[in-house]
Design a protein around this ligand. Sequence first.
Ligand code: ATP
Length: 291
Amino acid sequence: MRTPLRERARNSRHGQGTEGAPGASAPGTARPGDAEGTGAVGDAGPAVRLDGVSKVYGQGRKGLHALDDVTLSVAPGEFVCLLGASGCGKSTLLSLVAGLDTPTAGRIGTGGRKIAMMFQEPALFPWLTVSANVEMALRVQGVASRERRERAAALLETVHLGGFGGKRPHELSGGMRQRVSLARALAQDADVLLMDEPFGALDAMTRDLLHDELERIWRERRLSVLFVTHNVREAVRLGDRVVLLSSRPGRVVEDFPITLERPRRTDSAEVAEIAGAVTGRLREEVMRHGR
Ligand SMILES: Nc1ncnc2c1ncn2[C@@H]1O[C@H](COP(=O)(O)OP(=O)(O)OP(=O)(O)O)[C@@H](O)[C@H]1O
């Protein structure tokens, strides 16, 4: 299964996601991992790099090995999807890259790039308006109030929520709330977007629309994206690459380049064919570990 997929990927026309570098990196955003990572702010290296990263929760015999010797990189402007069985360490990997936790071994570097994270739950403040939720991300950066309002309005336009700034989160649909969450992530002016099953709770139609939105924004802003999902078709629909992790402890077992022309359709025969091959490999991996 693997060789034909790779062959096919080489022969098909290139997507445009790997072209170009992201915008200027913001200064003053160095994270602990950067000290040992890719070097100067905004350097030409990978946007995200993990070298031999392992993570053990707890200590001694009771220690739980979540990740084992993971080496992975995301190029500037690249969209990488991460797939793997439940509990294989995908969220752990994102939280390490975000600097929310530290690896037990190995190195993580982002070249000082600014990072934003998005989760399955939009986690909006219910008592604040949509606009104020987005402005919150600007407030913590010290942006003055008038500029905050203007930038929040522009970001809401970007995610096609112009005119909804005065609503409260409970007045919005799930898809709209995730758009607000995306606007809030974009307000952080990040170069790297880490996304942990952001559309996992949405219906297929809404997810489809948000795929289109995300793809447009990713291209316009030249973001580097590391996107965790359980949905193989979603991964193939969005990714320049689909990286498959083994069952716990998570290791990289396969890295599928996806070079189908964009925009892609989740329900297209091409996406289905590649998703079938990826699913086969994922199934092998899950069966090998009996879960
Ligand atoms: N803070 C923590 N302390 C102890 N164990 C943890 C912690 N966070 C995660 N784990 C464990 O590490 C393993 C990997 O968890 P993680 O959430 O990273 O997996 P995942 O691949 O994202 O799972 P899923 O696909 O189900 O969301 C799991 O066994 C989990 O129980």
